[in-house]
Design a binder for this molecule. Structure first.
Ligand SMILES: Cc1ncc(C[n+]2csc(CCOP(=O)(O)OP(=O)(O)O)c2C)c(N)n1
Ligand SMILES: [Mg+2]
Length: 352
């Protein structure tokens, strides 16, 4: 059995030897040969859309157009984009409250997401859900959940439905390093392993749960091993490298589709912004953030590879940037000008 290694570019320590049993491969992105020009350009565009969208959402929040909670995904873009590239139509996605990137990656419209953030009727929940509560049946996106860990149980339910119906779809359930310490996660693992449910559990290990670092909060910091008591295999992945994410996603989804049951992918990633818009992030140094941004930024990695490979010129990349900025500013204009929901909508679509 291969010894577990953490992603080399993440600069983290390798996993303990005793904990290697379930880790099948080292996904660093360096040996992912089948990720070519079209993939790089696609990943660049998709990640940039999320980055620019989140920057704009942050601005609108500062200007008072967005109220309530708002958790930005900046820094983690390679995770959802790489996974989405590995998925096929019909696979379901479910996540927590840091969800705008997941929605855009599934193909939900920037207008619909931004208008939901500003509480307008053109939003995905008609302006009544806000940042943490959006859904799209069409794109198989099941939320958007504010209760830490709840989406893991719900995602397991989606996998149960796939198994019950005998279809070929896989449920992809994202959760954080903090959520990984929640009890219902392990109840879900047990059922998923027992019934061999088709689900990829993705731990987005961004090193913090609100202001608490993983070092302070967890007894087993190799999250890919968290299913070992249930016989669920896990893989540690460089979540800053979209090639590594896609390759691990391919393997995990094939595992599920072949009837082998659940699998865990631990994505080693990092959030650049605070936990939410109201977090000044005093629990970490500016240098730590700066180091990640300058050495491992997921978008910059792709940009450099595109230029190195001669797959696009600086000018062509600038044209992509401009397209993306246009999509995002169009969504912001829409989200500021679309009317608020009518008062008659106050008691519709809700459970009392
Ligand atoms: C059941 C529950 N407990 C506590 C909270 C408060 N809370 C909101 S986010 C959060 C931290 C979760 O961190 P993590 O799972 O690492 O996700 P990240 O924010 O890093 O994406 C906590 C404790 C909550 N929303 N729900
Ligand atoms: Mg976290």
């Amino acid at each position: 059995m291969a010894q577990a290694k953490t992603a080399s570019t993440s600069g983290r320590k390798t996993a303990a030897k005793s904990a290697t049993q379930n880790v099948s491969k080292d996904f660093t992105g360096k040996n992912m040969s089948d990720f070519g020009k079209d993939d790089e350009l696609h990943a660049y565009r998709e990640m940039l859309l999320i980055r620019r969208f989140e920057e704009k959402a942050g601005q609108l929040y500062g200007m008072g157009f967005i109220g309530g909670f708002c958790h930005l995904y900046i820094g983690q873009e390679a995770v959802v984009v790489g996974m989405q590239m590995a998925q096929k139509e019909g696979d379901q996605v479910i996540t927590a409250y840091r969800d705008h990137g997941h929605m855009l990656a599934t193909g939900m419209s920037a207008r619909g997401v931004m208008a939901e953030l500003t509480g307008r009727r053109g939003g995905y929940s008609k302006g009544k859900g806000g940042s943490m509560h959006m859904f799209s049946k069409e794109k198989q996106f099941y939320g958007g959940h504010g209760i830490v860990g709840a989406q893991v149980s719900l995602g397991t339910g989606l996998a149960f439905a796939n198994a019950y119906r005998g279809n070929d779809s896989v449920s992809v359930a994202y959760f954080g390093d903090g959520a990984a310490n929640q009890g219902q996660v392990y109840e879900s693992f047990n059922m998923a392993a027992l019934w061999k449910l088709p689900i990829v559990y993705i731990v987005e290990n961004n090193r913090y749960a609100m202001g608490t670092s993983t070092a302070r909060a967890t007894a087993q910091s190799n999250y890919s091993l968290r299913g070992s008591g249930f016989g669920i295999p896990g893989i540690q992945v460089d979540g800053m490298d979209v090639r590594a994410v896609k390759a691990a996603g391919d393997e995990a989804l094939a595992h599920c589709r072949s009837g082998k049951g659940p699998i865990i992918l631990e994505m080693l990633t990092y959030r650049y912004r605070g936990h939410s818009m109201s977090d000044p992030a005093k629990y970490r140094s500016k240098e730590e953030v700066q180091k990640m941004r300058s050495e491992q930024d997921p978008i910059e990695q792709v940009r450099l590879r595109i230029l190195d490979g001669g797959w696009a010129t600086e000018d062509e990349l600038k044209a992509i940037d401009k397209d993306i900025r246009d999509v995002v500013s169009d969504s912001a204009d829409f989200a500021q000008n679309d009317p608020e929901p009518d008062v008659s909508e106050l008691y519709t679509d809700i459970l009392l």
